[in-house]
Design a protein around this ligand. Structure first.
Ligand code: 5GP
Length: 352
């Protein structure tokens, strides 16, 4: 399946800190280990473990955050994550991250986001197009020349389910915030109540931001129904949906971000052959193949497509059509959607 890597791809569900390279995580952990801030072997154990429950994944995020939450590191990992996606021919990326406040190092949610944006500015391996939803200000877009990869980036800000209503409100940007097109709700699904986050999500929606929700990662029928009634623009995972949830999702045509490896590794879905990808695909419901956390789950978007091809018997042409169909589910401006259409059209002779 060597044709998957060069195929243009769109990534809509990628968490910044979950997409950190193992090599970077280890390098940073060694430095903190020498300073006695962490125990290096803890990090090594965590990286080597390739089978972890959802609860263990969240413990791992706490460890990653201890290692990565300073401005310089946030800038570095943003640059690396974008470069990694672009090098495997991801042409449009919606990167999500939880703005963090850490008074002890002078970090506010705003300065965290400035560090992310600085990361985008410092990318020079690939060309980056990054702008706001309302004005097309390019950070840099040096050339379309031969051999250079080009990637469009838009940002989603995540609200962590551990946050209060007030803190969630602080995450929602006021109009005109650079490059932010939407808000995500994520974090440990066993923590927090939907009603806590609703004011911030409603405020975001009222201010023309797009909304995507981690929905149905654990069996919580009441919350799933409430989330669907909110009519988010996309949902992620949808592992524990019942018939009435599928009915509602389908009647509202809410696209689903599908993260195969993540769902299997965390045992949210017991086996790939019963994954809801198959039903949704057959029903021609909008779905997008995504990585979730390519560092934590040791995957890549090409790998996720290969897994779908192998598990559900997709052909080359169908896979290409699936990848292209993600354009409609992006939170990008119409002009960018048109450009993405052209990129896919020019690649299409290879995939007929
Ligand atoms: P960050 O927002 O710090 O850049 O990325 C890591 C965070 O994303 C985690 O702490 C967690 O809140 C969220 N996250 C990453 N993967 C998952 C997932 O599979 N499910 C949920 N609910 N949240 C996730």
């Amino acid at each position: 399946m060597e044709w998957i890597h060069p195929m243009p791809k769109i990534e809509l569900h990628a968490h910044l800190n979950g997409s950190i390279r193992d090599s970077t995580l280890l390098e940073l952990a060694r430095v903190l280990g020498e300073k006695g801030v962490i125990v290096l072997s803890d990090v090594e154990d965590v990286i080597q473990k390739n089978d972890r429950s959802l609860a263990e994944v969240f413990k791992m995020f706490d460890l990653i955050h201890v290692i990565t939450t300073d401005h310089q590191t946030v800038t570095r990992i943003t640059r690396e994550v974008v470069e990694d996606f672009a090098l495997e021919n991801v042409v449009y990326l919606e990167l999500r991250t939880t703005p963090k406040r850490n008074d002890s190092i002078g970090m506010s949610k705003r300065s965290y986001m400035e560090a992310v944006i600085k990361g985008l500015r410092t990318i020079n391996e690939v060309d980056v197009e990054f702008c706001t939803a309302t004005n097309s200000r390019k950070l840099h877009n040096t050339c379309d020349g031969a051999g250079r990869k080009k990637i469009y980036i838009r940002l989603l800000l995540s609200i962590d389910r551990r946050e209060t209503t007030e803190s969630a409100m602080e995450t929602v940007p006021r109009i005109g915030n650079v490059g932010v097109v939407g808000i995500d709700l994520s974090g440990n699904p066993l923590v927090g109540e939907w009603s806590t986050f609703l004011p911030a999500l409603q405020f975001a929606k009222d201010n023309d931001l797009y909304i995507t929700l981690h929905c149905g990662e654990v069996p919580n029928p009441k919350e799933i129904q409430a989330m669907l009634d909110f009519k988010p623009h996309r949902v992620g995972h949808a592992c524990f949906f019942k018939d009435q949830d599928w009915e509602k999702l389908k009647s509202f045509r809410i696209p689903v971000e599908i993260c195969l490896s993540s769902n299997i590794i965390t045992k949210s879905i017991s086996s790939i052959d019963i994954h809801h990808f198959a039903d949704l695909y057959k029903a021609k419901h909008p779905l997008i193949i995504c990585t979730d956390d390519f560092g934590v789950f040791s995957t890549s978007l090409s790998n996720e497509y290969s897994l779908a091809v192998r598990s559900f018997g997709l052909g080359k042409r169908e896979t290409f059509a699936l990848a292209k169909s993600a354009i409609e589910a992006t939170f990008a401006e119409d002009e960018v959607k048109q450009q993405l259409g052209l990129i896919f059209d020019s690649a299409s002779p290879e995939y007929v």
